[in-house]
Design a binder for this molecule. Structure first.
Ligand code: SF4
Length: 661
């Protein structure tokens, strides 16, 4: 019997219309866990680098994390992986909500789509009954509207639905897949779903999910729940409200001045300063109070960081936390605008980080005369109205919207006339978080430069985001049990000193410590993304309930496969290097590993190059950032090094030995 996972994937060939239930290899669970890890293994095995994102041979893998739908609190992630149309690299997008838990209860760990359907369809999974159904009547419908219509059509009010809107159908490069209350939004997974002509996936499941040692598992999960309740009742001292408990709590407070004033958009670095006035803050708070009906959570999570918004014209809709800020920051508009725009954007199905940046980019080009009235006929004068206008053009690929729908990087190059200069916030062709800060932060430099996930919030965590006030530091390091074994004193010392005279960015801390701090943060995300545990109770949060010391016990009791810290750390490295290898053979280069130009005002090119070289060595990658043959061997990835060698990304064995001598 398989434990924690179901041991079966659904394989759907859309070109042929075939559906197969396929048993999976338990060895892959031991090597990669599930979720992101096994998704990466499948993409490596079955999608060679020659396959273009919109090729029928590209796969769309809709996966539940390993611990999803067991008793583990907050284990509920849907992880969708494919090749991104925006970056041509591996995309993996994650969502909370209830979809992945329902999929597991239906008896499957993943749904893997290949080929393309000739007509718009949706997939209906009801335990052992699986069918492709006509979706022509759903063309052009919004994501939430589609979910409601499908539930009515199936007479199954408890079905969970993942769907795309106009953006996905029109292959907008930053189209999301909405999974109700949450969304898989980064890197264009919705465009691939639209390209394959899948409007939605509906699932209802009532099967059990077994764990190997139920009594022990239940005890561990109960303790986990208690530690979560403790953190919720005892916010961390010295942290802004968003990060002081669990799950980014953007919908629990309206004190957003730090983000509004500091996270300016691109060329808006100067314009944004002083935007957060007392008057503005009062209006912001009033808007939030008026619009927030109640807080909501994902499957089996006590944190409640999402919300139900009630809007006078759009009615009620659910939303996740941080997108409340992204649209107002693009438009310099208030929160009322933000909520309205989110209601519209979620129906169209676009990424709440990229879409606002693309629209802000278009407005900047217009203000500076690069785009004209000819490109933007009847363009409103009001900032908020301009953004509504642009949203509609983009999701339908109408006029200039057809160009903007490819994201800032590609749009800038298609528009020309100097528009490339306004592409100041992409990395690896993807819009990064829109943070514009003062001086280079070396830890964040490495996270941004080398992170395969291309979203800083899915790489950072554990270490406070900025130096703590001196009076808060002792309290933070006290009981800081999350630090990996052997690194306790050094990591604590770092937090105790960070911000003191001579202990500030950019030339502090020393390289060794810096590399270890970065690797720790990133590794924890790779564990979460394979188990399906939300980063909001783990890798993204300071002092979280899930950490490297209790994870092995949880995974062992759930799966019956014994893990200790070393084995789990090695597994995280295996998954991380496998994702990197996929990207290397798809063309990722060292020169791509550079945070956006305008990210910090003060940059240090030579020092940054040194940081990158040192980190490569620490990670046991060669001077071009390719994992070395020896390291891949230690990670049980010999098949990867053989492929990289055949394709010329690694030197042959004889040459490598000669180089080592
Ligand atoms: S912390 Fe928030 S996003 Fe994460 S599972 Fe809980 S409710 Fe969902």
């Amino acid at each position: 019997m398989r434990y924690a996972e179901q041991g079966f994937n659904l394989e759907i060939d859309l070109s042929r219309g075939s559906i197969e239930k396929v048993a999976t290899d338990p060895r892959d669970t031991e090597l990669h866990l599930g979720g992101l890890g096994t998704n990466a293994k499948i993409l490596w095995d079955r999608v060679p680098p020659e396959v273009e994102p919109f090729s029928p041979d590209n796969l769309l893998i809709v996966s539940a994390g390993l611990l999803v739908s067991t008793a583990a609190p907050s284990a509920n992630r849907t992880i969708i992986s494919t090749i991104s149309p925006q970056t041509n690299l591996m995309a993996f997008s994650m969502a909370g909500g209830f979809f992945a838990a329902e999929l597991k209860h239906a008896g499957y760990d993943k749904v893997i789509f290949r080929g393309k359907s000739p007509d718009l369809i949706y997939l209906w999974i009801h335990n052992g009954k699986v069918e492709l159904r006509d979706a022509s009547h759903l063309a052009g419908k919004g994501c939430y509207e589609t979910a409601d219509l499908i539930r009515k059509e199936l007479k199954e009010p408890k079905a969970q639905v993942a769907s795309i809107g106009s953006a996905g159908e029109n292959r907008v490069y930053f189209a999301s897949i909405e999974v109700e209350k949450s969304s898989c939004s980064r890197l264009g997974v919705g465009a691939i779903m639209g390209d394959k002509r899948i409007k939605a996936i509906a699932v209802r499941g009532t099967k059990d999910v077994n764990v190997a040692r139920p009594a022990e598992y239940f005890e561990i999960c109960t303790e986990m729940l208690q530690s979560m309740r403790y953190r919720l009742d005892n916010p961390l001292q010295g942290f802004e409200a968003m990060l002081a408990t669990l799950g980014p709590q953007a919908l629990s407070h309206a004190d957003d001045g730090f983000h509004i004033d500091n996270f300016a958009w691109g060329n808006a670095r100067e314009r944004k300063k002083g935007h957060w006035t007392e008057e503005y803050a009062s209006k912001w708070e009033a808007d939030q109070l008026q619009s927030m009906e109640r807080h909501i959570s994902c499957f089996n999570c006590p944190v409640k960081c999402g919300g139900i918004i009630k809007h006078p014209t759009l009615g009620r809709f659910p939303m996740k936390c941080y997108s409340k800020l992204t649209y107002p920051m693009a438009a310099y508009a208030d929160l009322d605008f933000g909520f309205k725009m989110i209601g519209i954007a979620q129906e169209h199905g676009v990424d709440g980080y990229t879409a606002p940046q693309v629209m802000a980019f278009a407005v900047e080009l217009y203000e500076d005369g690069i785009l004209t009235d000819e490109d933007l006929p009847d363009f409103p004068t009001d900032s908020a109205e301009r953004h509504f206008y642009l949203m509609e053009k983009i999701v339908r690929r109408e006029g200039i919207g057809d160009i903007l729908a490819d994201g800032v990087y590609w749009a800038a190059r298609r528009i020309g006339k100097g528009a490339e200069v306004y592409d100041h916030n992409t990395i690896k062709k993807n819009e990064q978080m829109f943070i514009k800060l003062g001086t280079l932060n070396p830890m964040y430099y490495l996270l941004y430069a080398t992170g395969e996930k291309l979203t800083i919030t899915q790489i950072e965590g554990g270490i406070p985001q900025a130096p703590l006030a001196p009076e808060d530091r002792e309290a933070y390091v006290k009981d800081w049990v999350q630090i990996p074994t052997g690194k306790e004193e050094r990591f604590k010392q770092f937090v105790l000193e960070w911000g003191d005279e001579g202990k500030k960015a950019p030339f502090w801390p020393d390289t060794d410590l810096l590399n270890e701090l970065v690797e720790w943060q990133e590794s924890m995300h790779y564990i979460d993304d394979s188990t399906g545990v939300c980063a909001g109770v783990s890798s993204f949060m300071p002092k979280p309930p899930y950490h490297i010391h209790n994870y092995p016990d949880i995974i062992s009791a759930a799966t019956g496969i014994d893990f200790d810290e070393d084995k789990l750390w090695k597994l995280a490295a295996r998954n991380r290097n496998l994702v990197r290898a996929i990207n290397i053979r798809r063309g990722l280069k060292k020169e791509d590993e550079r945070p956006p130009d305008d990210h910090w005002k003060k940059r240090f090119p030579e020092f940054e190059a040194e940081l990158l070289d040192n980190y490569y060595k620490f990670k046991r990658w060669n001077d071009q950032g390719v994992p070395t043959r020896e390291y891949l061997h230690e990670l049980d990835l010999d098949y990867v090094s053989e492929d990289l060698e055949q394709r010329g990304f690694l030197p042959g064995e004889a040459k490598a030995e000669a180089q080592n001598e």
